[in-house]
Design a binder for this molecule. Structure first.
Ligand SMILES: Cc1cc2nc3c(=O)[nH]c(=O)nc-3n(C[C@H](O)[C@H](O)[C@H](O)COP(=O)(O)O)c2cc1C
Length: 173
């Protein structure tokens, strides 16, 4: 039977959701059964063989729903292969933080779970989507705006997960 994977994310302005969907698409193409859901709505991990978690970074911190998710599902996560990604501007604009700082935050938030892979992808900063305060903050730091999501890098990371997680997909007819 094909392995079942949950891609659970949290997102304030939608760009991490888009990355989660791209990860799911790649896993599906490898014959896995994949569900995508916001972290906040997941009640149980009993139906899954593996979990991928995605979280954006705001003002130097990965978003807090991840810590709540880990606390709520700690026992189940300890028994499943887990991978995680952060999304933010740091990969294209290091003034907003070192990538390693955020991947370390991810690993720490997941403890004692030891993920098979942790990474950070460039996200999207859409000026139309920012509040007055956010616009001021990003203008002050001269943060570049645009969609920096690298779909090839995202697909390449996802493509390696089945092997790293020890998952097998549906057999091709
Ligand atoms: C107010 C604000 C603060 C941000 N702070 C950071 C930061 O400290 N480091 C970083 O890498 N990205 C930062 N970002 C960029 C977001 O992480 C990026 O836009 C991400 O793609 C947002 O994900 P979402 O669309 O799923 O909410 C910030 C964005 C905003 C609007």
């Amino acid at each position: 039977m094909a392995a079942r994977v949950l891609v659970a994310y949290t997102s304030k302005k939608g760009s991490t959701a888009g990355i989660a969907e791209a990860v799911a698409k790649e896993l599906k193409a490898r014959g896995l059964v994949v569900e995508v859901s916001t972290m906040e709505t997941v009640t149980s991990l009993a139906a899954y063989d593996a979990v991928v978690l995605g979280v954006p970074v705001y003002t130097g911190r990965i978003m807090s729903p991840l810590a709540l998710f880990v606390a709520r599902h700690r026992d189940a996560l300890g028994k499943l292969p887990v991978a995680a990604f952060a999304a933010g501007i740091a990969p294209v604009f290091p003034k907003t933080g070192e990538v390693s700082q955020f991947t370390d935050q991810l690993s720490t938030a997941l403890q004692p779970v030891r993920p098979v892979s942790v990474t950070m992808f460039a996200g999207r900063l859409d000026p139309k989507n920012l509040s007055f305060v956010e616009r001021g903050l990003t203008a002050l730091l001269k943060v570049p705006t645009g969609d920096f999501r690298d779909w090839k890098a995202i697909a390449a990371w996802a493509a390696e997960l089945p092997a790293k997680m020890g998952l097998s997909g549906r057999q091709q007819a």
